[in-house]
Structure formats: structure tokens, C-alpha cells
Design a protein around this ligand. Structure first.
Ligand SMILES: Nc1ncnc2c1ncn2[C@@H]1O[C@H](COP(=O)(O)OP(=O)(O)OP(=O)(O)O)[C@@H](O)[C@H]1O
Length: 262
């Protein structure tokens, strides 16, 4: 992130966070003129060769804020994990046109080891690891760099605390700070505000919206029924109980996309 760009929302004064909807600021035809970062064709996601979701066809332009909604258990997390290669697709194609290290995934905190003997600093430092194995762990992070990322989410005071002793909402903010290290071009977030109070949730979505608008970072985020998240979004993917998707364009610019409903 550019040090000149102050995206800090009102984390310190939660009572003053505005709850009005966030106006989409991009010009109407701006997004469809942006490069396509992701093209998905006939994708079926699932486990052990058995389909859970799909077939899905959609694309993602740079600069999009895409919200993914759907009932529990339909496969939203499975979809994100399949897109980033953590789960092999049952069938179909996933074509990224940006390097893997430009993507950052923010998992649900409940998927993490509750006994993890790491401080917030340690967890954040893993956001700088590149490559595989022990060589990836030998990185010596600069404390100031990590503190700057923590300041963006209002958590710098927790830098030396044990990660496992934080609240779930605080953990979510730490994982978000970790995702902001380096220069991500795409953030994939699995319910980043699930455990947050309304003020923190509003500040987090305001922060993500600011990152998307000012740094041209593309966002793909799972969230359950958040009106604020909807208002920040330029596309909403709804997954129904049969594993089918419908994509709503919140700006008129993408309506020429032949894959926009399924
Ligand atoms: N490793 C796995 N092996 C087999 N099945 C799995 C695995 N992980 C998840 N599932 C199953 O896949 C289905 C979809 O799970 P997933 O977590 O993707 O749903 P979701 O839509 O993200 O749900 P929620 O909104 O509750 O987070 C669930 O029935 C789940 O039990």
C-alpha cells in the first residue's frame, strides 16, 4: 500500500461511523473497461470428485467489488478456496491473469488453530512469507512495516499479544491487516466481519471500499445479509440451495457480459 494513502476509517471512534449506504464512486463504464483478472468456465466445485456447486461461468474485472451471498453450506467458502487452488476443481476452468502473489486470502478465523502459540506480530509476519517450506519462514520482517498495517485496522496496540487470546472480531482485523501487506491487487475475504459489532463492521467495509476505490484493489468477499456490504458492491453473486448462481450488476456497465446470469 502506498504510504501516502491514508485509508484509515474511524476505528478509534466507533460511535461516529456513518451507517448510510456507500455510494458507488466509479464511473458507470469504468469497470467494464478494466482488464479481466479472472475467467471461470464450467467450474464445478466439490470434494472427492463429487460436485457441490456449479457449473459456474463468470468473470471478474479489475476494480470490481464482488459480494458473494448464499445460505449456510451452499459452498461459498469452497468456491473461494477452489479459486485460489486450495481445493482442486471437480471440473471446469479457472484462468487468472495476475500472479499468485498478487492475491490475498482472508480465511474465517474459526478455521485457525485455537492453540496457535503465536503473537499478533508472528501472525502478521506470515503475510510476508513467499515460497514454500522453511526458507519461506526465514524472513525478518520490519516491525514498522507490520505496525503500519496494524494501524490501518486500528490494532497496533495488540502487536505483542497472543493471537489466540484476542476476540474473534480482533482476529479478523489482524488477518485483514496481514492481507494488506505488500501490494495486493486482489483480496478474497471469507466473511471478514462475521464476528464484529456493527460499528467495526461498518468501519471494515468502509476500509475495504476505500482500498478498492483508491488503490484499485479488486475485492471478492463473502458476507451474510449485510446491507452495507451490498451498498459497497458493484456485483453481487447469489448462490442458491441448488448450487446455482445469479449475478446482479449494481452498476449498469457490466450488463453486456454474456455470463451475467446463470
Ligand atoms: N474438506 C471437506 N471435505 C468434504 N466436505 C467439506 C469439506 N469442507 C467443507 N465441506 C462441506 O461442503 C459444504 C459447503 O461448505 P462451505 O464451507 O463451502 O459452505 P459455506 O456456503 O461457505 O457455508 P457458511 O455460510 O456456513 O460458511 C458443507 O456441507 C461442508 O460440510
Amino acid at each position: 500500500m502506498s504510504p501516502d494513502t491514508d485509508l484509515r476509517p474511524n476505528f478509534d471512534q466507533p460511535g461516529q461511523v456513518a451507517h448510510e449506504t456507500i455510494p458507488p464512486c466509479l464511473p458507470e463504464d469504468h469497470i467494464s473497461r478494466q482488464p479481466t483478472l479472472l475467467q471461470v468456465q464450467g467450474l464445478v466445485c466439490g470434494y472427492g470428485g463429487k460436485g457441490l456447486l456449479g457449473p459456474l461461468d463468470f468473470h471478474l474485472h479489475q476494480g470490481t467489488f464482488m459480494l458473494i451471498e448464499g445460505p449456510n453450506g451452499v459452498g461459498k467458502s469452497t468456491l473461494l478456496k477452489t479459486l485460489i487452488g486450495l481445493i482442486p476443481p471437480v471440473s471446469g476452468r479457472i484462468d487468472w491473469s495476475l500472479p499468485a502473489d498478487a492475491l490475498r486470502f482472508v480465511p474465517q478465523t474459526r478455521t485457525l488453530d485455537p492453540m496457535l502459540p503465536a503473537t499478533v506480530f508472528d501472525v502478521l509476519a506470515t503475510g510476508l512469507h513467499r515460497g514454500r517450506g522453511l526458507s519461506a519462514l526465514r524472513i525478518r520482517p520490519r516491525r514498522t512495516e507490520l505496525l503500519e498495517a496494524l494501524e490501518v485496522v486500528g490494532m497496533a496496540h495488540l502487536c505483542d499479544h497472543l493471537f489466540r487470546e484476542l476476540s474473534e472480531g480482533q482476529k479478523q482485523l489482524i488477518l485483514l491487516a496481514r492481507a494488506l501487506l505488500g501490494k495486493p491487487r486482489l483480496l478474497l475475504l471469507d466473511e471478514p466481519s462475521a464476528s464484529m459489532d456493527p460499528e467495526r463492521e461498518a468501519a471494515t467495509i468502509e476500509l475495504l471500499h476505500g482500498i478498492q476505490q483508491q488503490l484499485d484493489v479488486t475485492v471478492m468477499m463473502i458476507a451474510h445479509g449485510s446491507a452495507l456490504a451490498r451498498s459497497a458492491s458493484s456485483r453481487i453473486m447469489r448462490i442458491d440451495r441448488r448450487g446455482h448462481i445469479a449475478i446482479e450488476e449494481c452498476l449498469k456497465d457490466c450488463l453486456d457480459d454474456p455470463h451475467h446470469t446463470h
